[in-house]
Design a protein around this ligand. Structure first.
Ligand SMILES: [Zn+2]
Ligand SMILES: [Zn+2]
Length: 428
């Protein structure tokens, strides 16, 4: 058997035998005790907020329905009596258990499959006066009764994907988000398109709750390939014919890894997951991950008052391939440290993932969005600047004037900072 050198290397002169993998790195300290998931019906975690089962969110102190989130305090506030309170963290109200024992598929009641026959328009009967009020759950989760001024909130888990298991409330205020976006755009002002600069109105940012699935997993992976360890390096021939030769031993490398992943976060809106970079900069939203999803609270539509929301349109089954793909890359990175002795590298050829168990919860996560429609050369493109509503992390794209960028590059001797180059890539 001969070695297969990486491109550009001279072939080694010696023949090598395929040997047993010398590494005895135990990546499976717990042993192989995991069994296959059972074929029984998927268990469901009931995440309904019992306190709101009359369909109305009232202030626990005075009974008023005028309630909204006070982001700076992370609390719901009654606009009538100023009483403040918060819903319990979802993590506290459901059994979390040890992820290494997670088997099968467990789904939160708010992450259940979407029933296509259920309309996004929900009609609610006002408990104040009996009138019927319609809420468009594609964007809003509450409406004010125009007869008696009661605020009606959608708290029942209707099977149209609009009510998730949990919500992670905004923590970054509108004012704070505006100043972060100003700062972000300010740094790029020099090279930004002039129309963008003159029309820039960061006050117009919108607070949006975006739909995500937050997934816990218990998995194993088997990865196999060939690794090489250099045994000798020397030169052969002389003058123009001189060449460097490497001898290496080649090994069959196999790794097995058992691992658990807590709170993997994936988009559950097909439109947002569609990263058509020629027409929009949707992928911006994923660059402001991660969110502190462990602090998500039980559903209460009042957290959304004053914000807009985007309804989930993807079921668990649609997102399984996305999650499995991410689990495989996690597995690959987990074995990396155990193959360091292969100084000439390892070429992975086969990989196999065994998912023993997953648990899915749907959540609304908070994002401040500034959008700007820019037309250049007859082609329109929507640019976004997004602020993580929890951490304040900002990411976005700004339309660039290539003329100004070029002029600046020339005037400073061709030195452009890395941030600007990233921006050019993001907008090209
Ligand atoms: Zn009150
Ligand atoms: Zn009413």
């Amino acid at each position: 058997m001969t070695n297969l050198p990486p491109p550009g290397d001279h072939p080694p002169s010696s023949t090598t035998d395929t040997q047993a993998d010398p590494a005895v790195t135990p990546t499976n300290p717990a042993g192989d005790a995991i069994t296959d998931p059972t074929g029984s019906a998927d268990p469901v975690i009931d995440t309904t907020n019992d306190r709101l089962d009359d369909g109305i969110n009232r202030c626990p102190k005075c009974g008023s329905t005028d309630i909204q989130l006070r982001a700076s305090a992370g609390m719901l506030v009654c606009l009538f009596c100023r009483h403040q309170w918060a819903e319990a963290r979802l993590d506290e109200t459901i059994e979390n258990g040890d992820l290494t024992t997670l088997t099968g598929t467990t789904i939160g009641s708010g992450a259940a499959d979407i029933d296509a026959s259920v309309d996004v328009l929900t009609t609610m009967k006002c408990a104040g006066c009996g009138a019927e009020v319609v809420v468009n759950t594609a964007e809003n989760m509450s409406a004010r009764c125009h007869w008696c001024r009661h605020v009606l909130t959608v708290n029942e888990q209707i099977p149209n994907g609009a009510v998730p298991d949990a919500v992670l409330p905004f923590k970054i205020t509108h004012e704070d988000a505006v100043s972060r976006i100003e700062k972000f755009a300010g740094k790029r002002r020099l090279f930004a398109d002039r129309a963008f600069v003159s029309e820039f109105t960061p006050q117009n940012i919108v607070g949006v709750y975006m739909p995500y699935m937050v997934v816990d997993s218990n998995a194993s992976a088997d990865i196999a390939g060939q690794g090489e360890i250099q045994t000798r390096k020397y030169t052969r021939g002389s003058g123009d014919d001189e060449e460097t030769v490497y001898d290496a031993d080649r090994y069959d490398v196999r790794r097995h890894v058992d691992f658990t992943v807590d709170d993997l976060t994936v988009e559950s809106s097909a439109e947002r997951a569609n990263f058509d970079s020629s027409a929009n900069t949707n992928n911006i939203i994923n660059t402001i991950l991660p969110f502190d999803t462990e602090n998500a609270v039980k559903w209460n539509a009042s957290y959304l008052t004053g914000y807009t929301s985007e309804k989930r349109d993807q079921d668990v089954a649609h997102l399984v391939p996305v999650v499995e793909d991410q689990l495989l890359s996690i597995a690959r990175s987990q074995v990396e440290s155990s193959v360091k002795q292969y100084d000439r590298g390892v070429r992975w050829e086969r990989e196999h993932l065994d998912v023993h168990g997953t648990r899915w919860l749907s959540m609304y996560l908070p994002v401040w969005l500034y959008s700007y429609y820019h037309e250049s050369g007859g082609k329109g493109m929507v640019h976004y600047i997004a602020v993580n509503g929890r951490t304040g992390e900002v990411m976005g794209s700004v339309p660039v004037s290539h003329k100004r960028l070029l002029a600046a590059a020339v005037s400073v001797g061709g030195v452009i900072d890395a941030g600007v180059i990233a921006l050019m890539v993001a907008t090209s």
